[in-house]
Design a binder for this molecule. Structure first.
Ligand code: SF4
Length: 212
């Protein structure tokens, strides 16, 4: 896709939503970290329902660690993979307490050392809380980027690298949330809503398959 089209796509995203952000509810970097760990293969809505009560009861590494496995699971058992997520969260809390003064590190390598935190989760934290211009390629961004021709890649890392090169610097920070929201609500997996899409005249996929 040429630079002009990419520029126009992000100009339209910005016009329609000047300050895009996560739909996860959080009040501190630690709460965001826990919410993002819980959100793997789960919806933000399901995570928010669980964390409302969890964070009232425990919203620091010490407090969640003190809950222990059995009590932590009581709060998150409605979320998929909660057994594994509980184990990862407890180990993560311990590492934060022992190595990071109970703070969430602003450092990719340190974030990726935390159990349950891979490159994608680290990028979400770096982007959403620390304001860094990085893109966490989740299932929505992977699909949207390939489908519309913004970035073609077989793996999330390939797509991430191409997006980082292709997207104008001034849009890079917000691109992460614009693309997720676009994939979640408009360019959906099974039935993209092309007729109401604000970038339909710029999208490669639409030209091939959808009469607008
Ligand atoms: S026109 Fe359709 S396929 Fe293209 S970005 Fe919009 S919703 Fe997705």
């Amino acid at each position: 896709m040429n630079k002009q089209k990419i520029q126009e796509i992000f100009a339209r995203f910005k016009k329609s939503n000047a300050k895009p952000t996560t739909e996860l509810i959080y009040h501190s970097p630690f709460e965001l970290l826990i919410a993002v760990i819980l959100s793997a293969q789960a919806t933000d809505i399901s995570v928010n329902k669980a964390t409302i009560d969890l964070f009232k009861a425990a919203n620091t590494p010490e407090k969640i660690f003190a809950l222990g496995d059995v009590n932590l699971k009581k709060y998150i058992k409605t979320i998929g993979l909660y057994n594994t997520k509980a184990a990862n969260i407890l180990k993560t809390c311990k590492i934060l307490i022992d190595k990071h003064d109970s703070r969430v590190p602003k450092d990719r390598a340190a974030l990726e050392e935390l159990p349950g935190v891979g490159r994608k989760t680290a990028n979400v934290i770096l982007n959403t809380y620390f304001g860094e211009p990085v893109i966490a390629v989740d299932t929505h961004i992977f699909r949207v980027a390939n489908r519309i021709g913004l970035a073609k890649g077989k793996t999330p890392l390939e797509v991430e690298k191409q997006l980082m090169k292709a997207i104008p610097t001034s849009y890079l920070h917000d691109a992460h949330h614009w693309l997720i929201l676009h994939g979640r609500y408009v360019c959906t997996a099974r039935k993209p809503r092309c007729p109401e899409c604000l970038i339909r005249d710029l999208c490669d996929y639409k030209d091939k398959t959808v009469a607008v």
